[in-house]
Write a new protein. Sequence first.
Length: 348
Amino acid sequence: MDNQEIKLTSYSHGAGCGCKISPAILSEILQGNEFMPDHKGLLVGNHSRDDAAVWDLGNGQALISTTDFFMPVVDDPFDFGRIAATNAISDVYAMGGNPVLAIAILGWPVDKLSPAVASKVIAGGRKACMDAGIPLAGGHSIDSPEPIFGLAVNGLIRTDSIKRNDTAKKGDWLFLTKSLGIGMITTASKKNLLEISDLSIAVESMTKLNILGAKLGAIQGINAMTDVTGFGLAGHLIEMAEGSGLTAMIDFTKIPVMPAAWKYLELGCVPGGSNRNWKSYGHKIADVNETQRLILADPQTSGGLLISVSESSVPEVISLFQEYGFEKQYLSPIGKMIESSGKSLTLT
């Protein structure tokens, strides 16, 4: 089957991180399990909803372990593999660490799609691993009703550089390193409304490694960090705020949004995941209108880093952004962590 004949997204009911179980249902699933005792060597584990588990190696170093996988978010098999792998590796960067090893997770409908197509997906995953400087060293595959791909990734970090998502401090400034709107753009693709140029911009964003996270891990004034994926910016802000006992106060005009997202929003290209997200946490957000709601709840696939930075470290963070070629729109904070106001997230 030629690549031009394949529409991978037609073989799955969801797309990318939009496949994630909603925050409310996930809370129900995990109820009770989060209170199981952790092993003494587990530095980050059952007691927080962080991006990865972290294990103390006992020599000032720690092992980061994570896994992430999903169904196709684009139709091109190679790009799907790159995006899924980039997204999985991001969890290590979001903890401030350096990835060192990955293994693949593949579910494939062998009665519907040829092995050659699966091979291209894995090749895309291998390319992302090569870009991150790590081997794709094996994996596991099953025959499944829908195509699924992702990675299990291990990384290393100094124990004093670990960045959690629940340790923000009052007065921290919030930065975001990628633009929002991926969910709307990929939904436009499923509706056959997407322009090729917009697809290229979205794929470029989703395949950009959050390698900056490894550098940010060394900055002590970064008090919390996570990456923005299927729960949308609002969901990950709420996790950070609630875990830290604070409220995130956001200036919506400062949030970077892909220009194409506004176009597809007007065309009604709203992912189902947006509504599931909002149903889970909308009651925790104050002062938001309908357009803001749809942007904030838009599920991101391989999204950017959300960083909570002490005021004294803001110049160092901006300098690092500039060193890595970040555009001006990312150099201003999108908001601030303030004393809890009864809502987890509020807009100015």
